[in-house]
Design a protein around this ligand. Structure first.
Ligand code: UDP
Length: 333
């Protein structure tokens, strides 16, 4: 079992009184920074690498002065050099919001391909275990519902979302090739829609968009007829699943997400109710290739990692709304 292997890894470290060392690419991003917090809480020494294109130092400034934390501002498509031991490489760097990757298609393809190559190369050189943050977008506009890990997907490679979907599909293929050819220990998580504090207010994704519109009493912009579905996982649940995956023995991709599925109209109404807003819905054109349905099948995560989400949509939304309220307040003073 990998759980046994990772206990061995920790025991070796404990024997020599050394904390595990983790490198997190994209460590100043929404999910990367939550992962950094979790790793520090688990007793890791953490090096976060981020070029701050979509990440922000605000997400990590509470760690200033923390003895076990180091930040390097660097583009991970360039050669990564680090002194000393590394036990785990967590590759989270990438634009992840549709408007970001539509604006930065080449950088998105580069970080998924060249960046994954560099991060794998670092892990190989250090003998570290590697985890790729992949995505439900590898399933494209899925024809199988809910999505199991065995499904190969329905992706338009030449459409506007292709830059993200194909870069992550390439990243998965590269990770599996390093596992097979170099016998590296690798893990792949397919992350479904996730939300929580530290999402950028204007990152264009549906949670910041709906919450900020509802808080401002502005119309809530539903794309298409709002019948498309998504399933939203609170960030702490997601990070817990990913941490368990890294420490497990599972070499194949694992979906991590919350299977509670809502249409975008239902979701908009839930946010309007949770913010006690008077906002009305307005309908805007559906972006090209917007997936019609998405819900993870999490049987593998349940079985292999003993993981399932614990935070209800109600609790997660209230924490997220609190965060955005404080941002609006800060911006107004
Ligand atoms: N969406 C919406 N209004 C917005 C932003 C997004 O209706 O202001 C829809 C979008 O078309 C998609 C869903 O919400 O169907 C989730 O979009 P998001 O950009 O958060 O992520 P995706 O799951 O598409 O990657």
């Amino acid at each position: 079992m990998a759980a046994t292997k990772s206990r061995g890894r920790m025991a070796k470290n404990r024997g020599t009184k050394l904390e595990p060392v983790s490198v997190v690419t994209g460590g100043a991003g929404f999910l990367g920074s939550h992962l950094v917090d979790r790793l520090l809480a688990e007793g890791h020494r953490v090096v976060a690498i981020d070029n701050l294109v979509t990440g922000s130092v605000e997400n990590i400034d509470h760690l200033a002065g923390c003895r076990n934390f180091r930040f390097i501002q660097q583009d991970v498509t360039e050669f990564l050099f680090l002194h000393g031991r590394v036990d785990y490489v967590w590759h989270f760097a990438s634009p992840a919001s549709p408007i970001d990757y539509l604006e930065l298609p080449i950088q998105t393809l580069k970080v998924g391909s060249l960046g994954t190559h560099k991060a794998l190369g670092l892990a190989k050189h250090k003998g570290a275990r590697f985890l790729l943050a992949s995505t439900s977008e590898v399933y494209g506009d899925p024809l199988v519902h809910p999505q199991t890990e065995e499904y190969w997907g329905n992706v338009n490679p030449v459409g506007p979302r292709g830059c993200y979907d194909e870069s992550k599909r390439f990243a998965e293929a590269l990770t599996m090739s390093y596992q097979r050819e170099h016998r590296m220990e690798t893990r792949i998580v397919r992350i479904f829609n996730t939300y929580g504090p530290r999402m950028r207010m204007r990152d264009g994704r549906v949670v910041p968009a709906f919450v900020s519109q509802a808080l401002a009493g502005k119309p809530v912009t539903v794309f298409g007829d709002g019948s498309q579905t998504r399933s939203f996982c609170y960030c702490s649940d997601l990070i817990d699943g990913i941490y368990r995956l890294m420490m497990s023995d599972e070499p194949l991709p694992v979906n991590i997400g919350n299977p509670q599925e809502l249409t975008m109209v239902e979701f908009a109404r839930a946010i309007i109710a949770a913010t006690r807003s008077k906002s009305k819905l307005v309908f805007r054109p559906l972006p090209q290739d917007d997936p019609k349905q998405r819900r993870p099948d999490i049987s593998r995560a349940k079985r292999l990692l003993k993981w399932s989400p614990a935070v209800s949509l109600e609790d997660g939304l209230s924490r997220t709304i609190e965060y955005f309220r404080s941002k609006v307040f800060q911006a107004s003073v």
